[in-house]
Design a protein around this ligand. Structure first.
Ligand code: NG6
Ligand code: CA
Length: 502
């Protein structure tokens, strides 16, 4: 019997070791923060130059009706990694910097499914899906997190640039942590008694306009309190360089294997603090300068793929997690210096809204040999379909229970199917709207008291728009077309109940 043991072990390992197939493409998702439809040079409305991002459109396909899954960050990211609409998880709302991980570590996520197919997987940049089990000890092993949901490697901005803790996290550990200066983080009770953003307002590098007035880090006050970790705190001006360097390193290191890189930029989220070499480059103040900084990051990644001779076998996607916002809590001249730039293109509203501006965002895909260069598609594409589509392209096995709302959109992505999804859910703060072809249902609950872009008098039963002749969603047809409105509501109720795969 003894002599059989090595053979049995060998056979078992052959069964369980992921098999790498020669033609498995690399996947790079460049996931930007708060980029609106018009915030990329090659889109309608833009008055900013983004030659590197535009290169993806020239060498690939540009979508004009592509949507993130929600009008804020956390739910969109949750859907991107799980293929499940965020309303199926009540915790998938904008998270505090102390929130616990909201992805169940048992789930078959996109990185896990790809990892099982032999991929090396990494997330570099903004996470904002929670870490640990809530109020984690930042001085020890911070887990569960990305590794426990399937990523091999992570280098993170734990929540957002405007939330404490203002430190990077690499493979479960705060980077450069000094044990003699432990970190504490609090949302709620004040723990930091050094002057706050409220008390030392006149000393700030960038003043706040609402919220964002607790602990001061790098001359900018944030949401949430933090003490300790003085040497580990990030310098906002270096953030794009730091994450780009890590992403480039990952590509170089795993050039021999198929890899999945989820590169999640901090820009153009607040606080917008570009590196000195981008300051003044857009003529639009920090928001525009951060767009140019992102374009530089994209250029670095594309150059690395060229240099490593990987471009031909790599699908590169460029997308955003929600629509645009101007003043999102800091006085950074986003409104004052906007000029003729239209962050939401021809669409209505932006971040936090279920009007098209909230979710219709730039989406570019480059895949040499598979996607024809210089194509434009008006097909309805939802990021919810990326997990299934990517897994299929990578020849990865999708377990039956995985990605409950995610369909195979390969032919849409490759520009062959010109219609795309028949319908698509949009969500924000637990409320959902629906696109059904040209029709759009917007519920009331989300649109009160949200500032001039978003405020809208939506009747209690919700509003209905016909995008075929009203892309700006100005003519509510709920009175005129009650049967159509009911059809959309019924469809939404069905999707809520039974998933959105069929
Ligand atoms: C809001 C913040 C906003 C931004 C947002 C999350 C205030 C007043 N506003 O609560 O600044 O941080 O959360 O943005 O604090 S997101 O892109 O990560 O969803
Ligand atoms: Ca965002």
């Amino acid at each position: 019997m003894r002599c059989w043991i090595p053979l049995i072990v060998l056979l078992l390992s052959l069964i369980f070791i992921p098999t790498i197939k020669a033609d498995q493409p690399n996947i790079v998702i460049i996931y930007t923060d708060d980029f609106g439809y018009g915030d990329v040079g090659c889109y309608e409305g833009a008055n900013v130059k983004t030659p590197n991002i535009d290169r993806l459109a020239k060498e690939g396909i540009k979508f004009t009706d592509a949507h993130c899954s929600a009008a804020t960050c956390t739910p969109s990211r949750y859907t991107l990694l799980t293929g499940s609409y965020a309303f199926r998880n009540e915790r998938a709302r904008i998270l505090a910097g102390s929130a616990g991980l909201i992805i169940d570590p048992k789930l078959d996520t996109l990185p896990r499914v790809l990892g099982n197919a032999g991929y090396k997987t990494a997330v570099v940049g903004k996470w904002h899906l929670g870490l640990g089990e809530g109020d984690v000890d930042w001085n020890g092993k911070v887990a569960p997190g990305p590794n426990e949901v399937g990523f091999d490697y992570h280098f993170l901005i734990p929540a957002t640039g405007d939330r404490t803790p203002c430190v990077y996290l690499e493979q479960h550990r705060v980077v450069d942590l000094d044990p003699n200066d432990p970190i504490q983080v609090s949302y709620g009770k004040r723990i930091d008694f050094s002057p706050s953003g409220k008390e030392a307002r006149d000393t700030l590098k960038m003043d706040w306009s609402h919220g964002h007035n607790s602990t001061i880090v790098n001359g900018i006050s944030r949401i949430g309190w933090m003490t300790g970790g003085k040497k580990t705190r990030w310098v906002d001006e270096d953030m794009a360089d730091r994450i780009t360097e890590k992403a480039v390193d990952f590509i170089r290191q795993y050039k021999e294997k198929p890899f999945f890189l989820y590169f999640s930029t901090h820009d153009i989220h607040v606080p917008r603090v570009p590196h000195a070499r981008f300051v003044g480059k857009s003529g639009m103040g920090p928001r525009g300068d951060c767009i140019i900084q992102t374009d530089w990051c994209v250029g670095q990644l594309l150059d690395t793929l060229d240099e490593m001779k990987l471009a031909d076998n790599t699908l590169v996607l460029f997308a955003s997690d929600n629509g645009p916002v101007l003043d999102d809590g800091y006085k950074d001249d986003a409104n004052e210096k906007l000029g003729s730039h239209d962050p939401n293109g021809p669409y209505r509203a932006g971040k936090y809204s279920l009007f098209e501006g909230g979710t219709r965002t730039p989406f570019l895909a480059r895949f040499p040999g598979r996607i024809e260069p210089g194509t434009t598609s008006a097909a309805l594409l939802g990021q919810v379909d990326l997990p299934t589509t990517i897994a299929k392209l990578c020849d990865a096995k999708i377990p039956n229970s995985a990605f409950p709302d995610s369909r195979d959109a390969t032919s849409t992505l490759f520009g062959k199917d010109k219609t795309g999804r028949p319908h698509l859910v949009h969500e924000v703060r637990g409320a959902q709207g629906l696109r059904l072809g040209q029709w759009k249902y917007v519920p009331k609950s989300t649109h009160d008291n949200l500032g001039p872009w978003i405020n809208a008098k939506i009747p209690a039963g919700g509003a209905l728009y016909d995008l075929s002749n009203d892309i700006a969603e100005r003519k509510n047809l709920s009175q005129k077309e009650p049967a159509k409105l009911q059809e959309l509501k019924d469809r939404l109720a069905k999707i809520r109940k039974s998933g959105d795969k069929e």
